[in-house]
Design a binder for this molecule. Sequence first.
Ligand code: MD6
Ligand code: FE
Length: 218
Amino acid sequence: MSGFDFGVAAGPGSPREIAPQVTWLPHFVATAPLRDAIDRIAAAAPFRHLVVPRGGRMSVAMTNCGTWGWHSDRRGYRYVDVDPETGRPWPAIPPAFLDLAARAAAAGGFPGYVPDACLVNRYAIGAQMGAHRDYDELDMSQPIVSVSIGLPATFLWYGARRTDPPVSVLLEDGDVLVWGGSARAGYHAVRKLKAPRGMAPVTGDAPLRYNLTFRRAR
Ligand code: MD6
Ligand code: FE
């Protein structure tokens, strides 16, 4: 474990390439409107802890908006156009999300981005995502745009081999990560979400992190 540690952004900042074609956009977006939109999405398509093919449940709760939604069960991982939980199509991607995804993709070097899927992840304290790569999309020439909202989390970028030492970035509220091209199939993970120091036990926002990952699924 001797990968480079990018730590925390100093402020709204210039794009930083943490690895070839993996661009970090610190404090790129104001997140209050995004949270409201997430609440509306979750009212139509509730968060759920998906079952993985081996049988366990993910610690991260998920839902989707868009034409396609990412789904997992005993049969495997795939995109579905009807929410298996509700029997209805996924809610549409809000126009503000599409605009954000396109602006971020362009800042990361991928102009003209039009995603058709947006996975919404919700992390409670202790939730984590093991090393994986996003590999269920048809056109791997399209980038992924990932937006972080709420509590900070340590994101690990391994790249081509999950055994390589990872680069580490603390993703904070409003940070965006864009990757594509040679990095599109890279391995990555999110460390177990930590409770903030001095967290008020009763008042204040729920101690959560949300992540939006936009993809072109089909
Ligand atoms: C997360 N993100 O940040 C999990 N995947 O909560 C991902 O797994 C991810 O951020 C593909 C592209 C960008 C990502
Ligand atoms: Fe991923």
